[in-house]
Design a protein around this ligand. Structure first.
Ligand SMILES: C[S@@+](CC[C@H](N)C(=O)[O-])C[C@H]1O[C@@H](n2cnc3c(N)ncnc32)[C@H](O)[C@@H]1O
Length: 669
């Protein structure tokens, strides 16, 4: 089961919610042709139990487990817990006690059956502490693999929908953001505005969306269809790969046409281009950042880099422009595009000592398996200049590929190879015009580009340039229960094949590389810049000389950025990190969402989690403080987040400083 199309790399799963099931065996055999699962009451909703009868053994609580084979319970049945007779937070003790007993009795029986999941309705009352406590007892029971799903009714009115979200947030906080918790959003015939809705729930673990068949409209041919608002919302939810649940008026209603309609929506909900198809399996998947300086990268990793032709196109364009300037004016105009465009002035500024017959020397430091050697040569052919390449890498395995490349492609007259660490290597008196590198990580400097490049100024001829010559990091607060839960999984597990056990000691104290998909931006998605590193030893614009760069710039940084909350109430789970690199004049590549280089997939963003998610309200300020620190042996980031209330003129919340002294994560020098 599950509806598939060749174009979409995931499937549509649809379940059915049925009230009053008398013969479960029959229901399953009727429904399993279309539906992937059914929601049924674990006990008849009207099975009234008083304090006296609840523990009676004379009356069977519900149908026997033997009515269906056990795999149906675990694969096909989601058990609804009675919400009709329960109010766990009732001020009346006898109602509270009875409610607690009913819920406990039903959940225990569902566990006995090993059903796929239990579905509990969010209480209607505003008090939920005791309700949360009862469920949290189970959440702490590590022995059950059964899922817990909270079903939340989404009212059409914006303010009421907000209140439901706030209640859900409180529930999550009361239960310590339990990892296994998922939600079903239950819609009616009218939806709250699309914008507010998507901002609220994108980052949460939505198991499914439920809709009654009477919320469908009927088209001219008499078929069920959805309103435009529902269609938009459903298409968006299909992209999040959630399940859909239909509920008819009567248990025996035929829902085939409603099912067909969902399949029709699914077929048209998303058109993924080739890049997105590659990226889809990386959505929300956490990876620990690479350390190309401390470790030797593997062949497969280089292959992934080399697949991103966009990045190499950008390098080629930068080199081409740099070669052209060198050819025409005998010098570079790297940072000042207006100077570069002023032909007359440039001719006057021509470097008289530059010999046009001398080849331009490109030093390619951190050459990997050499993709940019080919691009440097190609750009030279385009600009019609002679070049020589000095390629260097410290990874002995990459050197093997580079040696073979020089032989196989007859490059020995143009390419000289060195094996070693650029920070320490001696290469005689060789010097270059351009020092090109690609040492950037998801958070710009996190692969230690500054530490590697600063000592290489000496390899540049006077007037030489670095490509890239500058890189800047950006941050923005994010809300994503899904990403936070992923980190929490590491925190709660002792064995994971994704990151090393030592890193799991402080899983909330390391940043993760991740294709952030299920997240919202409570302060808006505009990022703010934090650290910049520059490599401009011979500035073409004299003003730039005042900005510390190269060996002169500090490797230890601190920045503090203020973001204003735009949503009514938001839960914050950390912040996202991005970067922009400047290569030549206005040529950049960037992962900063505002100016993200189209179709470039070499870098996913970085997610910096906080140990405890926190709430901030509209108008309050969320502050990100971030440090880049170092010792003789390593570099690391530390971070904290706080909330400032401008009305009270007070800081009302602060996280601890994460990763102090690099205890959870550091990058080896
Ligand atoms: C991110 S990879 C990029 C490789 C190549 N430019 C590409 O695009 O496929 C960085 C490369 O720099 C090398 N590297 C890192 N630090 C280095 C250092 N200090 N000295 C020499 N090579 C270094 C690594 O071994 C790795 O091959």
């Amino acid at each position: 089961m599950g509806f598939k199309t060749p174009e979409i790399p995931y499937e549509l799963k649809v379940g059915r919610d049925i009230n009053t099931v008398f013969n479960l065996h029959q229901v399953i055999s009727e429904q399993q042709d279309y539906f992937d699962f059914v929601l049924v009451d674990i006990c008849n909703a009207l099975n009234f139990r008083t304090d006296a009868t609840i523990s009676s053994r004379d009356i069977a609580l519900t149908r026997a487990d033997t009515c269906v084979k056990s795999h149906y319970w675990s694969d096909f049945v989601l058990a609804k817990i009675n919400s009709y007779m329960t109010d766990c937070d009732s001020p009346y003790e006898h109602i509270r006690l009875r409610s607690e007993a009913i819920m406990t009795q039903e959940i225990n029986f569902a566990m006995h059956l090993s059903v796929h999941a239990v579905v509990v309705d969010m209480p209607k009352s505003s008090r939920i502490e005791n309700f949360a406590r009862i469920l949290d007892q189970y959440f702490q029971n590590v022995h059950t693999s059964m899922k817990f799903i909270l079903r939340i009714e989404i009212p059409s009115e914006f303010q009421e929908a907000e209140e439901q979200y706030e209640k859900y947030t409180q529930f999550k906080m009361l239960c310590g953001h339990y990892n296994g918790l998922q939600i079903i959003l239950q819609f009616g015939a009218n939806l709250p505005s699309w914008d507010s809705f998507s901002k609220r729930w994108t980052g949460d673990k939505i198991f499914g969306v439920q809709l009654d068949t009477d919320s469908f409209l009927t088209n001219q041919k008499g078929y069920p269809v959805l309103s435009k608002a529902h269609q938009e919302t459903f298409k968006w939810l299909m992209k999040q790969n959630v399940n859909f649940i239909l509920k008819g008026k009567h248990p025996s209603d035929d829902l085939d046409k409603h099912y067909q309609y969902l399949c029709h929506l699914f077929k048209n909900h998303d058109v993924l281009d080739e890049e997105e198809k590659i990226e889809v399996s990386y959505r929300n998947f956490l990876q620990s950042p690479l350390q190309p300086l401390a470790d030797n990268l593997e062949a497969a990793t280089y292959e992934v880099f080399e697949n991103d032709t966009i990045k190499y196109d950008i390098y080629e364009d930068s080199l081409y422009r740099a070669y052209q300037d060198k050819k025409k004016y005998g010098r570079f105009f790297q940072t000042n595009a207006s100077l570069a465009n002023n032909d007359q002035e440039n001719i006057e500024m021509r470097d008289p000592s530059s010999d046009p017959d001398e080849p331009i020397v490109v030093m390619y430091f951190g050459a990997g398996r050499g993709p940019l050697i080919r691009r440097a040569i190609k750009a030279a052919q385009r600009a019609d200049v002679k070049i020589k390449v000095i390629a260097l890498d410290k990874n002995p395995n990459a050197i093997v590929t580079l040696r073979n490349m020089i032989i196989d492609e007859n490059l020995s007259d143009r390419v000289t190879l060195f094996a070693g660490d650029m920070r320490k290597i001696a290469i005689g008196d060789l010097q270059g015009d351009i020092l090109m590198s690609e040492l950037l990580g998801s958070f710009g400097d996190n692969e230690l580009s500054p530490e590697c490049l600063n000592p290489t100024d000496k390899f540049l001829k006077k007037g030489g340039i670095f490509i890239p010559f500058s890189y800047t990091n950006y941050v923005v607060p994010i809300s994503s229960q899904i990403l936070w839960n992923e980190v929490n999984v590491y925190a709660n597990s002792t064995i994971s094949n994704r990151i090393s056990i030592s890193q799991q000691l402080y899983p909330f104290e390391l940043p993760y590389v991740v294709k952030i998909y299920s997240a919202t931006y409570p302060c808006g998605d505009k990022t703010q810049e934090v650290f910049t590193f520059r490599h401009i030893p011979y500035p073409d614009d004299p003003k730039i000389a005042h900005i510390p760069e190269g060996e002169g710039q500090s490797m230890r940084k601190y920045d503090r950025k203020i973001f204003v909350v735009k949503e009514e109430q938001s839960e914050i789970h950390g912040f996202g990190g991005y970067f922009t690199a400047e290569l030549y004049q206005e040529i950049i590549y960037s992962t900063n969402p505002e100016v993200h280089t189209p179709k470039m997939h070499s870098w996913f963003p970085m997610y910096f989690p906080v140990k405890e998610p926190f709430i901030a309200f509209k108008g309050q300020e969320v502050i990100i403080s971030i440090w880049r620190n170092n010792s003789q042996a390593k570099v690391w980031y530390e971070w904290s987040m706080s909330v400032y209330d401008p009305v009270k003129n007070k800081t009302i919340y602060s996280t601890h400083i994460h990763n102090i002294n690099g205890r959870g994560f550091s990058i080896g020098l």
